[in-house]
Design a protein around this ligand. Structure first.
Ligand code: HEC
Length: 167
């Protein structure tokens, strides 16, 4: 037997083995004999339902009278306070976010109407703040108690509070 004919016989033999392994694998995977299984796999693959993600934002819910107070406070704040105050940054005066946690509404009303009177009365918080801000006098405002409460309502909404104090 020549070398060339031995190589030829080996090649043919390997081809036969490869075919046999391929057939075993196909039938083991169910591809040749169990078409029902393939159908089930397809149904599973296409049956994935993507659930829509809720886009609902967490915004404060306001009653109509609260919206009116907020709108009035918005205009008053922009017309009288915004040149010196912001919610989260010191401008000329302190950031006003969280003011209702630092002081009562009653104090805020007195302060806005006449801060020098509050300081002169020896109010510890007021004196400290005044000194902290380089003894810069905040102007007195001829605003009613209700108008100042509207400004407070505006600040509370602006700072992200979910409710507006109502008295
Ligand atoms: C010309 C600048 C100026 C204007 C206008 C002004 N403020 Fe002030 N405000 C200050 C300064 C300065 C302070 C810090 C205390 C001080 O120096 O007397 C202050 C302090 C305050 C405080 C206390 C803050 C805290 O952290 O306790 C409140 C409340 C306040 N102002 C509200 C108002 C409101 C409401 C208005 C508008 C009606 C207003 N301010 C307008 C300058 C101003």
């Amino acid at each position: 037997m020549s070398q060339a004919s031995i190589r030829g016989a080996l090649t043919v033999g390997m081809g036969v083995v490869a075919c046999a392994i391929g057939a075993v694998c196909l039938s083991a995977g169910g591809l040749l004999h169990e078409p029902e299984e393939i159908e089930m796999v397809e149904v599973g693959g296409c049956g994935v339902v993507s659930t829509p993600v809720s886009q609902e934002a967490e915004l404060p819910v306001l009653a109509p009278e609260e919206i009116a107070r907020f709108a009035a406070g918005d205009a008053l704040f922009k017309g009288n306070c915004a040149q010196c105050h912001a919610m989260n940054d010191v401008v000329v005066g302190p950031a006003l976010a969280g003011i209702t946690k630092r002081q009562s509404e009653k104090w805020i009303v007195k302060w806005v109407q006449n801060s020098s009177k509050v300081i002169a009365s020896g109010d510890v918080y007021g004196v400290k703040l005044y000194e902290q801000y380089g003894k810069q006098q905040m102007p007195s405002f001829r605003l009613s108690e209700q108008q100042i409460k509207n400004i407070v309502a505006y600040i509370e909404v602006q700072q992200g509070a979910s409710r507006v104090a109502y008295n």
